[in-house]
Write a protein that binds this ligand. Structure first.
Ligand code: SF4
Length: 377
């Protein structure tokens, strides 16, 4: 009998504006679809026969805050017909700083939201312009202050390696972010995804990625400055003050089962990942027509699931405990990595004390290049 999921993700695919680097599942400037989205979501929730008790709920997007205070209340009324929040549930909503009005914060608190993840990206006007964002540094500052005042836990997303960004600009950004006092920070390097306006501009020579060495230095600086300010670097991209790790993401990284609803949302039953159709309009149309709106189904073998478990485990600073890994996956780490592990240790990318394997800071910096050793059978 598969374990019942205690975690759920809901994808809200609406944004005011599509940022030039973004390839997420969303529609920009299509608020006319919101009503049809709610109907489609109502239909998808019919999959849940018995109310599902959750330890964590995460509303991501897109921009869930784009629904506004009343839209947020409506969404929670709908979700809680099938999803029951445990007393100490962590409930996260992603928000654009411009949407974080006093009314929105009041609605979030009323709905049981405990944590807001703010798509700030930077506190520097030039970087925000370079990233094609639609808000100013003052909007981020005002949003963080308002959320903290309301007693909510706040994550701030920061981006590095924006076109034209310097190391000094990243340093200033980190100092400004730390001064805001939020409990959690996620730091991502800009990636140039196929099909985005940024990637097209890069191919035409109109935008230049920062040099790889500078990108590494920016990330290293983020780790140093945030650790010095009391944030624990607990996963490649994530930093938290003690007691404020994101429980929802930890469930993903522990490979626990989770439910997911909405276009492009992927659910996981411990072995199979089932992803809804990635096009918002197609997902809505299929749900309205009573058709199957499933996109990809990735049914992993036990060995593939073990390899994936190892990668997500190694992205965490706690590392992977050999005995716990064996008990959860049925595999030994050495069986999966072979002599790759000895190479990582020799290169200073990992430590291995026989009980636990952990990537070092240097290993985390180059982690994407290490996974070939784990994922190649
Ligand atoms: S606000 Fe976020 S989800 Fe929306 S387009 Fe920009 S980066 Fe993508």
């Amino acid at each position: 009998m598969p374990e019942s999921p205690r975690h759920a993700y809901v994808h809200v695919p609406f944004c005011r504006h599509r940022c030039g680097y973004c390839d997420f599942t969303l529609v920009a400037g299509r608020d006319d679809l919101i009503e049809r989205y709610f109907t489609a979501l109502t239909q998808e929730l019919e999959r849940i026969c018995e109310p599902l008790e959750l330890d964590t709920l995460y509303l991501g997007g897109g921009t869930p805050s784009h629904l506004g205070p009343d839209g947020l209340r409506r969404l929670f009324r709908l979700l809680t017909t099938k999803l029951v929040l445990a007393d100490d549930a962590e409930v996260t909503v992603e928000a654009n700083p411009l949407d974080v009005t006093a009314d929105f914060v009041a609605a979030a608190c009323e709905c049981g939201v405990t944590r807001v993840s703010l798509g700030g990206q930077s506190l520097d006007a030039a970087t925000l312009r370079a990233l094609d964002r639609d808000h100013a540094p003052a909007d981020v500052q005002a949003a963080v202050a308002r959320l903290l005042d309301a007693g909510l836990v706040v994550n701030l997303d920061l981006m590095t390696a924006a076109p034209g960004q310097t190391l000094a600009a990243v340093e200033a950004d980190l100092a400004a972010a730390v001064a805001l006092g939020m409990q959690h920070v996620s730091v991502y390097c800009l990636t140039w995804e196929k099909g985005t306006a940024f990637e097209t501009a890069r191919r035409r020579g109109e935008l230049q990625p920062v040099e790889e060495a500078l990108e590494g230095a920016m990330f290293e600086m983020a780790i140093e400055r945030l650790e010095a300010a009391g944030y624990e670097h607990y996963e490649v991209s994530n930093f938290a003050r003690p007691g404020h790790r994101c429980r929802h993401n930890e469930a993903y990284w522990d490979c626990r089962p989770w439910e997911a609803f909405g276009p492009g949302a992927a659910r996981f039953d411990g072995r199979t990942r089932t992803t809804n159709h990635r096009s918002t309009t197609t997902w809505i149309a299929k749900m309205h027509a009573g058709e199957d709106a499933t996109g990809d189904v990735d049914a992993m073998t036990a060995e593939q699931a073990a390899r994936e478990r190892l990668v997500v485990g190694l992205r965490r600073r706690d590392g992977v405990d050999r005995a716990a890994f064996r008990a959860a996956s049925g595999y030994e780490i050495d069986q999966l990595v072979g002599d790759g592990l000895a190479r990582w240790v020799a290169a200073g990318f990992a430590t291995d004390d026989a009980a636990k394997v952990r990537l070092t800071r240097g290993g985390l910096l180059v982690s994407d290049s290490l996974w070939a050793d784990v994922l190649t059978t």
